[in-house]
Design a protein around this ligand. Structure first.
Ligand code: PFF
Length: 448
């Protein structure tokens, strides 16, 4: 079997994890959810879930991955005391979940390439019809298929190069550039005349917006944005050496993801308000409203290129992590060489991605449980598979893994000076708080 790769540096690990976390979830999903869930109130809830539930979950995925040094399926098998029990097989759900997310994520990834090309060809004009443009990019069959295929090929090429030479090198260069670019766009946006209202919307909480739906979407978004629940962190952590400080690396990753989401909010919301647009536009916010705004401001065409460049690269660093979950599984469980594993998973994802993309156009009428395939897979993974995966992870780590093993992995066998109260709090959340709250999301996910 192929020799297991390891990340080459601490910064490499951090930026690969941040690359997985920072993605369409921050730039595409977060702004429109903030917009349609009452602004700052949503952000406060989101902060709560990121730090109280998701961060301990991230520690947990890290513990499972690094302790086992195996792909997500092998990880649970090797940490289970009974190799025949159902617990030893739960990693399969994660492989399935990553596959499912990748299938629709790559379709949106394709749109980002399409819009990047459009911006490079200076197609955004004051009087263009942006809804029509969006329809053309998402519904006219050949176009989204072509760009989705390009997106998946690029993802596959990086994953094929391996962890250290592909994933680590790529994310190490891309992530700092992304941060710089989003800061630039945010500065332009907040200095537009009339931007103040957008900032107020982002940072002044309206407590009357506190509803069950807002709470649930804030939780779901925290899972999605931090890439929790489908084994990407377990897989990346399995390539991390034993001296890495899990709590520190996870906390930095969460902070970077949060910082990026807020910067994305500051890049988008003030501009939306400055041009009298509606923040509740939904999934089309980024693709319909943003180009329209860029067409009207000085240096807008350059900013549009920057913006879609950010969107594309943020998406691809996340899709790389999703593909790696599937590829690592194939390599280790079926003794494949990496090249073959990438080819097989790429082909399988392509098939489902094609169906997803067509479901927004020619296959619109074909429904599963009342949803088009794209929406069905989106809902299935965000509302059910991710929380279910997260729930199984905390139940496994909380109740099947001895307390001492968990703490030892977290503290590098007791060599790191970690506050004992903090360790107890993390363990308490993993055992009791997180399972109850996640179960709540799951149940509501079924009901809504
Ligand atoms: N965190 C990514 C984003 O915010 O776009 C999406 C994602 C990647 C979700 C990897 C889940 C995952 F395992």
């Amino acid at each position: 079997m192929e020799k297991r790769d390891l990340f080459g540096s601490r910064l490499g690990v951090l930026l690969a994890l941040a690359g997985s976390a920072v993605g369409l979830g921050n730039l595409w999903r977060f702004p429109y959810l903030v917009g349609s869930n009452g602004g700052a109130m949503f952000i406060i809830l989101y902060l709560f879930f990121v730090f109280i539930i998701c961060l301990p979950l991230m520690f947990t995925e890290f513990v499972i991955g690094r302790r086992s040094h195996a792909n997500v399926f092998g990880a649970f098998r090797s940490l289970s005391s009974d190799k025949k029990s159902l617990w030893s097989k739960i990693g399969f759900i994660s492989v399935l979940c990553s596959f499912t997310i990748l299938s629709f994520y790559s379709v949106v990834g394709g749109w980002t390439i399409d819009y990047l090309v459009r911006s490079c060809m200076f197609q955004f004009h004051v009087n263009s019809d942006y809804s029509e443009m969006f329809n053309l990019s998402t519904q006219v069959a050949w176009r989204p298929l072509l760009f989705t295929a390009i997106f998946l090929i690029l993802t596959g090429l990086v994953v094929r190069m391996g962890v250290k030479d592909g994933i680590e090198k790529f994310t190490k260069v891309m992530m700092p550039i992304l941060f710089l670019m989003v800061i630039l766009v945010a500065i332009r946006s907040v200095t537009l005349p009339g931007a103040g209202e957008g900032l107020r919307f982002l940072f002044k909480p309206d407590f009357s917006k506190l509803t069950a739906t807002t709470v649930l979407s804030a939780m779901g978004q925290a899972f999605f944005s931090l890439s929790i629940g489908c084994g990407t962190i377990i897989t990346y952590a399995s390539y991390v050496n034993k001296s890495e400080n899990i709590m520190k690396t996870s906390s930095y990753t969460a902070l970077m993801d949060l910082g990026f989401a807020l910067l994305a909010g500051m890049a988008i919301m003030p501009a939306v308000f400055a041009f009298g647009q509606s923040p509740t536009e939904g999934p089309g916010l980024v693709f319909i409203i943003i180009p329209q705004i860029f067409a009207q401001i000085p240096f807008g065409s350059i900013l549009a290129i920057l913006f879609f460049f950010i969107l594309f690269f943020a998406a691809i660093t996340s899709s790389i992590s999703l593909l790696e979950v599937v590829v690592a599984y194939l390599i280790e469980e079926f003794e494949m060489v990496r090249r073959k594993a990438v080819f097989i998973s790429f082909t399988a994802v392509c098939v489902v991605a094609i169906l997803c993309s067509l479901s927004l156009g020619p296959l619109q009428e074909f429904k599963i449980a009342g949803f088009a395939i794209f929406d069905f897979l989106d809902k299935l993974s965000a509302n059910i598979l991710l929380p279910a995966g997260g729930l199984l992870f905390v139940l496994f780590a909380g109740w099947r893994m001895p307390d001492q093993d968990y703490i030892n992995e977290l503290t590098n066998e007791g060599t790191l000076p970690v506050n004992r109260f903090l360790l107890k709090a993390v363990r308490f959340i993993v055992k009791y708080v997180a399972p109850i709250i996640i179960l709540l999301i799951l149940i509501t996910g079924f009901v809504i």
